[in-house]
Design a protein around this ligand. Structure first.
Ligand SMILES: [Zn+2]
Length: 144
């Protein structure tokens, strides 16, 4: 690990550069593997972020959005997440049929699904492409 300011090698577990005092947090910052925003074109994001956010609300919006923007990678990224989220919601509802344990797990999963839904909408609208926790790594719609 090297200091981003002066280039001095910084011993592991040190919090400041021994030469210039720069905080090591800057140097230690590893790229966020779940954030794919950089791989999408800014014009694509700007054009489709609203449609992407709406796609989380209903499969009807997914179909309409795909008809309007069939070539948008950013839109497809969020459509993938919204569909995985819908599947997650169905699984949570099925699990909740099982007495006691299923009720608890299903209840927790349903709350998580609502939180993920809000996260997805907010991130899409902000023009971000960051994988949702737990479920965001699954791909059912290819966007690349
Ligand atoms: Zn330094």
């Amino acid at each position: 690990m090297f200091c981003p300011k002066c280039g001095t090698q910084i011993p592991e577990n040190d919090h400041y550069c021994p030469t210039c005092g720069e905080p090591v947090a800057n140097a230690a910052k590893t790229p966020d593997e779940s954030d794919h925003t950089a791989m999408f074109e800014a014009s694509d994001i700007e054009r489709t972020r609203l449609l992407s956010a709406l796609s989380y609300l209903s499969l009807l919006f997914v179909v309409v959005a795909l008809l309007l923007e069939p070539n948008s990678k950013f839109l497809r990224y969020h459509i993938n997440q919204s569909i995985v989220l819908q599947i997650f919601g169905v699984v949570a509802a099925l699990v909740a049929i099982i007495p006691v344990i299923g009720w608890i797990v299903g209840c927790v999963a349903s709350i998580a699904a609502v939180v993920f839904l809000i996260m997805g909408i907010v991130r899409a609208y902000k023009g971000q492409a960051k994988d949702l926790p737990l479920i965001g790594k699954y791909t059912v719609v290819y966007y690349n």
